[in-house]
Design a protein around this ligand. Structure first.
Ligand code: ADP
Length: 192
């Protein structure tokens, strides 16, 4: 089964779109951001380490992130169909490691769907989300830092997938259902 990655700037809608396509195609959702928020909420030592990065809009170090993802991959039920990675890989090193993890499972390298949204809209969306999300990182200062990190560390990841012909850009503007349709048009050609 072809695994996919939903990637894009913070607030591009990758979490929302993951939920929709996971449901439609019976895939398994793996969000490193959600894994991290759960660890922080548990009050563990690891959670405190993680929040020292997420609270400042910085990426959590690769070794911590990859170990956390690997633990979730190891615990997947045997009948798992395709996987949807949400918010991972976010660095070139994570892309290299993910390819190795996929090979270990006997899976091909995942397909990257890059959800594109202009930066001014991203900031407006995240400020709006911050009013209700309760997320410590949805404030203007941290949003700006997350965008700097995105441009410096995550945008270059696209080249890794383009070089393997495993990259598709998706227009992330407009109604949620319209964006889902654009993603489904790509996935239908893979899964049907
Ligand atoms: P968003 O895309 O809106 O920033 P996420 O839930 O994907 O939301 O991520 C929230 C935060 O969790 C990130 O800003 C980062 O600190 C941390 N994080 C999530 N995924 C990764 C990752 N793959 N590598 C490093 N840090 C991550």
């Amino acid at each position: 089964m072809q695994n996919i990655i939903l990637c894009g700037a913070p607030g591009c809608g990758k979490g929302t779109q993951s939920d929709r396509i996971v449901e439609k195609y019976g895939l398994t959702h793996l969000s490193t951001g959600e894994m991290m928020r759960a660890e922080v909420a548990s009050g563990s030592e690891l959670g405190r380490l993680i929040s020292s990065y997420t609270g400042k809009g910085q990426l959590v170090p690769d070794d911590v992130t990859i170990r956390m993802l690997e633990k979730h991959l190891d615990n997947l039920p045997a009948h798992t169909k395709g996987l949807v990675f949400d918010g991972f890989p976010r660095t070139e090193n994570q892309a290299v490691e993910l390819e190795k993890l996929m090979a270990k499972r006997g899976d091909k390298t995942a397909l990257l769907l890059d959800i594109r949204v202009p930066e001014d809209e991203i900031i407006q969306r995240l400020l709006l989300r911050g009013k209700t999300s309760g997320r410590a990182d949805d404030n203007l200062e941290t949003i700006k830092q997350r965008l700097i990190v995105y441009h410096e560390q995550t945008e270059p990841v696209a080249a890794f997938y383009k070089a393997r012909d495993l990259y598709a850009a998706v227009d992330g503007q407009g109604a949620i259902a319209d964006i889902t349709q654009r993603i489904e048009a790509i996935l239908d050609s893979i899964y049907c």
